[in-house]
Design a protein around this ligand. Structure first.
Ligand SMILES: Cc1ncc(C[n+]2csc(CCOP(=O)(O)OP(=O)(O)O)c2C)c(N)n1
Ligand SMILES: [Mg+2]
Length: 279
């Protein structure tokens, strides 16, 4: 597959957002806000950046993706499905017992998931370990981690951040989905971890982007590692619930149990978007 254009990536992300609503329709509820804020990043990673093969999910030498903030999993499911890792019908099992796409990602249930996440604060350590292992393999593979901004309050992240700099893990690329919100309110009010300053202080190379802009996401990943011998941190400023206008930037849409009316309104908006951005 050749590299897709920005327009093609925007279309892909629109189709993925629509798949999130399909899962919510099936399961009647889900962590919508954080899935919608990071989905452009996840789509760009799977369609533009990572060396992976949907027909061979365990391909040796593949790049690794870890969704550290596992509650955003509908973003990963939508993108894995769009990329051809599994059949669309599986989306309709969201919320059912024994589904391959449970409320947090499970590597033993769904091909393409590299680690079980959901307890916040573990994905960076897992991703660092994978990056160091891949470096030993010598095939040039990289590890990409997506974290939440609220998640940064977990102390374990900072042990991993220090170790990544110490071990010069420049094949580790981390996006913090800086949507400014967590479950109950603003991240700056609850626990302001200021990722830009702090990761830099820990010895990382840091860039800030608009994390809902495909051109900025792709430009950032084209430039990694930002400094040789340093892990890369991308502070991606995003909007929680991006794409569903009545929910954007509002904390209560972290977990959403929509009424039929709300769901239909959201579906109509995303269907219109798909038509608008179709290349
Ligand atoms: C260790 C741990 N503590 C608490 C939770 C409950 N929890 C789920 S999502 C969330 C908020 C996360 O906020 P953020 O990282 O900003 O992600 P966003 O919702 O914005 O996508 C919390 C506290 C959890 N999953 N794991
Ligand atoms: Mg957040």
């Amino acid at each position: 597959m050749g590299k897709p254009s920005i327009k093609e990536l925007e279309y892909t992300a629109a189709l993925c957002r629509r798949k999130v609503l399909r899962m919510i329709e099936a399961g009647h509820a889900g962590h919508m806000g954080g899935a919608m804020s990071c989905i452009d990043i996840v789509a760009a990673l799977y369609f533009y950046v990572m060396r992976i093969d949907p027909r061979n999910p365990k391909m040796p030498g593949r790049d690794r993706f870890i969704l550290s903030a596992g509650h955003k999993c509908m973003a990963q499911y939508a993108v894995l499905c769009q990329r051809g890792f599994f059949d669309e019908a599986v989306l309709d099992s969201y919320g059912s017992l024994n589904s391959k796409i449970p409320g947090h990602p499970d590597m033993y249930k769904l091909p393409g998931v590299e680690a079980n996440t959901g307890a916040l604060g573990h994905g960076l350590s897992i991703g660092l370990g994978m990056a160091l292992g891949l470096r030993m393999d010598g095939e040039g593979a990289r590890t990409f981690v997506v974290m939440g901004d609220g998640e940064l309050a977990e102390g374990s992240n900072w042990e991993a951040a220090a170790a990544a700099a110490q071990f010069k893990a420049d094949n580790l690329v981390v996006f913090v989905d800086c949507n400014g919100l967590q479950i109950s309110g603003k991240t700056v009010d609850i626990m302001n971890m200021n990722p830009v300053e702090r990761f830099a202080a820990f010895g990382w190379a840091v860039k800030e982007i608009d994390g809902n802009s495909m051109s900025q996401i792709t430009a950032a990943v084209d430039a990694v590692p930002f400094a040789p011998g340093k892990p890369s941190l991308i502070a991606a400023h995003t909007l929680k619930a991006r794409g569903i206008c009545f929910a954007e930037g509002i904390a209560k849409y972290h977990y959403w149990k929509p009424s039929a009316e709300e769901l239909n309104k959201a579906i109509a908006e995303l269907d219109k978007k798909i038509e608008e951005v179709q290349p």
